[in-house]
Design a protein around this ligand. Structure first.
Ligand SMILES: NC(=O)c1ccc[n+]([C@@H]2O[C@H](COP(=O)([O-])OP(=O)(O)OC[C@H]3O[C@@H](n4cnc5c(N)ncnc54)[C@H](O)[C@@H]3O)[C@@H](O)[C@H]2O)c1
Length: 324
């Protein structure tokens, strides 16, 4: 029973034969993947057409290193300085054994990029997209070898958050999904396999469901934006870092477990479900949310808040590993 918070970057549970990884697109997500792959001692080649992308990636990976070290995720001999940057896509893909694509979240762009990568790579090389919500069936549609195309969706920042959602499209081979799952496990991630593709995969749909109600509650003036956030972060969010909603309610059922929880509390939950909102996010409501978050941030910049989040994430992941 996989109820632990497994997926510590330091706990690779599987070997991988893959040594060379190409990271295509090096913004927020690509640079973070690159840091993790470098820490795992892989040969990492990064490509991105944007001016300044190489400097950004080098800055990011160097900045991410202390957190990776604190997690015990850095293998002996690994060094962020080993990163290679190739502005040319073909040069970056030469010799790659696994590709992690992190370009902008636009279907037409990714479909074209996948077709170009497909034409450049031997057919056995898996091409994984970090896409947060696109369907692989569409992204792979212009490839001659669509069987090797998968979604490998991480969470920001991928060098710290264990979860990766893996799913193929209509024309993806099961073996490619397995290969991607094995690779992610080997670099210390906690991949989950989706049996069918849906927009937003699993975790973003769950986040979307919660966020919709959070916005509805703010719109209805039930509580401030800051207090709605506290209702998650200071409450169930702490438990969700350990167990998901099903296991959490299994415990909520006491000795009777989930069976008792359903008998006792399904009725009230059905009442809540019937009452949940579907807010219309008007410009005025957007303004209220933006103002609410600004107030909640108490003058801290996004960079400062991200640094605080990352420090806490490292401590949390370590604590979960030790307590698991
Ligand atoms: N930001 C998140 O929280 C998050 C989380 C999980 C997954 N994702 C997914 O990761 C992907 C990247 O998102 P991001 O937030 O890093 O975006 P970003 O805008 O920070 O980075 C995108 C990068 O792609 C580069 N790029 C543009 N055209 C390209 C091309 N033709 N080939 C290669 N690179 C190209 C850009 O120069 C940029 O550096 C998206 O698919 C997104 O859905 C994002």
């Amino acid at each position: 029973m996989a109820v632990d918070a497994a997926g510590l970057p330091g706990e690779a549970s599987e070997e991988t034969a893959i040594r060379r990884v190409a990271v295509v697109g090096a913004g927020t997500i690509g640079a973070s993947w690159a840091a993790l792959f470098l820490a795992r001692g892989l040969d990492v080649v990064v490509t991105d057409p944007a001016e300044g992308a190489e400097a950004f990636t080098r800055r990011f990976t160097a900045g991410a290193w202390p957190a990776l070290e604190a997690l015990g995720a850095v293998l002996p001999g690994a060094d962020p300085g080993h990163l290679r940057f190739e502005p040319d896509l073909g040069a970056a893909l030469a010799g790659a054994e696994f590709v992690q694509e992190n370009g902008p979240e636009r279907e037409a762009l990714k479909t074209d990029l996948f077709a170009r990568m497909d034409a450049l790579l031997p057919p056995e090389v898996v091409i994984a997209s970090s896409s947060s919500g696109l369907l692989m069936s569409r992204v792979q549609s212009a490839c001659r070898h669509p069987g090797r195309c998968v979604i490998g969706h991480p969470f920001n920042p991928p060098h710290l958050i264990p979860l990766v959602e893996v799913v193929g499209g209509e024309r993806t081979d099961a073996a490619s999904v397995e290969r991607a799952m094995g690779f992610y496990r080997a670099v210390g991630k906690h991949p989950i396999r989706l049996h069918k593709e849906v927009p937003g995969h699993v975790a973003n749909r769950l986040q979307a469901a919660l966020w919709r109600e959070a916005i509805h509650l703010a719109a209805e003036g039930v509580a401030s934006v800051a207090d709605i956030d506290a209702a998650v972060a200071q409450g169930p969010g702490l438990r969700w870092a350990i167990f998901g909603p099903h296991m959490t309610f299994h415990l909520g059922g006491g000795g009777g477990g989930m069976e008792h929880f359903l008998a006792h509390l399904l009725g009230p939950f059905e009442g809540f479900w019937a009452d949940l909102g579907e807010p219309r996010v008007t410009p005025a409501l957007q303004r209220r949310i933006v103002d609410g978050v600004r107030e909640e941030a108490e003058g801290l910049s996004v960079e400062e808040l991200s640094a605080r989040r990352d420090r806490a994430l490292v401590a949390l992941i370590r604590a979960l590993g030790e307590g698991g």
